[in-house]
Structure formats: structure tokens, C-alpha cells
Design a protein. Structure first.
Length: 219
């Protein structure tokens, strides 16, 4: 079934986006913790220079990322800092203004999915595609949507009935945002948005109950 066009929006400079990567036919994306760690490592590698990350969660057959697009100047500055020998064809084209910003990010994300799928297939003696293509991405329209989405992502285990204490789920960014450890996440910006750690925790508890336990529809 084709994906509705409203779920395939363009990446726009400086805009917030919700990225959802799903497996084909609901197959397992992560068979063990090593797979999840590798996925996050590859994500950090491929998103650098392109996207800033505000929250994420990894589930068995899909994952969510809340990101903010960089801008053309930042991306080109990052690409010029790399050795020319390491640049991929689409990166060289972007530096020559032969493709637009949306295409540059889309190509990079596709490369990320391919890199993970190849490693996953090799380890698990598997062949063929792993992720639904095209991957979903939706622009965040306003601050209310952004606020809700951070909570939606962190509490997503409640939606799928796989982990009731979502605050302790290892494979989301919730605990990392509350910690002091080094991270690619925009921790301080997220906490500032919630007016501090205490309210971050409080609002997650309140809003997750409202949207998931009481079954109210998120906007």
C-alpha cells in the first residue's frame, strides 16, 4: 500500500521533523542490544551535520526521531570539513548546488538505512530490504505539536503495550535527557522547553496518562 503523501514531507532548513522508520511487514529490526547500539552509532554518524536530535525511541519493528534540520550554510560547512576523498556523490552534488537541501538530507538518511540493513543482513544471514521505503517524515507545525511529540516518542512503549514504566525503558532518550552523560541530543534545549528537569518528568507522567492510558487522540 502506498504511503500517504502527508507522511513524506520535504526536509526544510531549520524546521523540526518527526522521522519514523518502519520495517517491512513488521519484521524485527533489532534482534539484540548490539543491533540497537549499532543502529544508534550509525544514526549519530550519518545525522551529523544534517540533523540535530531532540528525542528518539527504538522499538522492535520501528523507531521514532524528533529532529531539527540544519541549514545550507551549516551543512556545506560540515561537508567541506571532510576529506574530499570521503565525500559521497550526493554530497559532492550538494556542494555544487546540483541538488537541493531536501534531497541532500533524504539521500543521507537512505544511506544510513542501507548501512544498517547491510550489517543486519550479514549478521543474521538475511537478504533483501529491511526498511519501508520511502521512510516517513512529517514537519512539526507548532510548539504544541513539538511538546506533545517529545512525550509521544518517550512514552511510545505504552501505546504498543510493551513496557509500562516508559521512564525506565533503555532504548529511548528519556533517561539520557535527564542524565549528565555526553550525548548528541539537544538536552538543554529540551529541558528548557519543559522549564527544567522536574517539569519534564511531571509533564511526561501527566500527558502520557492522558494520551495513552485514557486513549485520547494526540494532535
Amino acid at each position: 500500500m502506498p504511503i500517504n503523501e502527508k507522511y513524506i514531507e520535504d526536509f526544510v532548513e531549520n524546521d523540526f521533523m518527526h522521522i519514523i522508520c518502519k520495517s517491512i511487514s513488521g519484521s524485527v529490526l533489532f534482534k539484540d542490544e548490539e543491533n540497537k547500539l549499532y543502529f544508534l552509532q550509525k544514526y549519530a554518524q550519518y545525522s551529523t551535520g544534517y540533523l540535530s536530535t531532540y528525542s528518539y525511541i527504538l522499538l522492535d519493528n520501528h523507531s521514532h526521531f524528533l529532529v531539527k534540520c540544519t541549514n545550507s550554510n551549516e551543512l556545506k560547512s560540515y561537508l567541506r570539513s571532510l576529506s574530499e576523498d570521503l565525500l559521497k556523490t550526493h554530497q559532492k552534488k550538494y556542494l555544487r548546488n546540483e541538488i537541493c537541501y531536501n534531497q541532500a538530507v533524504e539521500f543521507q538518511m537512505k544511506d544510513f538505512f542501507i548501512a544498517y540493513a547491510m550489517a543486519f543482513n550479514k549478521k543474521n544471514n538475511r537478504s533483501g530490504s529491511l526498511f519501508v521505503n520511502p521512510f516517513r517524515r512529517v514537519r512539526i507545525s507548532d510548539e504544541v505539536h513539538l511538546y506533545q511529540l517529545i512525550i509521544y516518542i518517550h512514552a511510545n512503549t505504552l501505546k504498543h503495550n510493551i513496557y509500562t514504566e516508559f521512564q525506565n525503558y533503555k532504548w529511548s532518550s528519556f533517561q539520557t535527557i535527564l542524565s549528565e552523560k555526553k550525548t548528541i541530543l539537544k538536552r538543554e534545549e529540551v529541558l528548557d522547553f519543559f522549564n527544567g528537569r522536574n517539569n519534564f518528568v511531571k509533564q511526561h507522567q501527566i500527558q502520557s496518562q492522558y494520551f495513552y492510558v485514557c486513549n485520547h487522540q494526540m494532535e
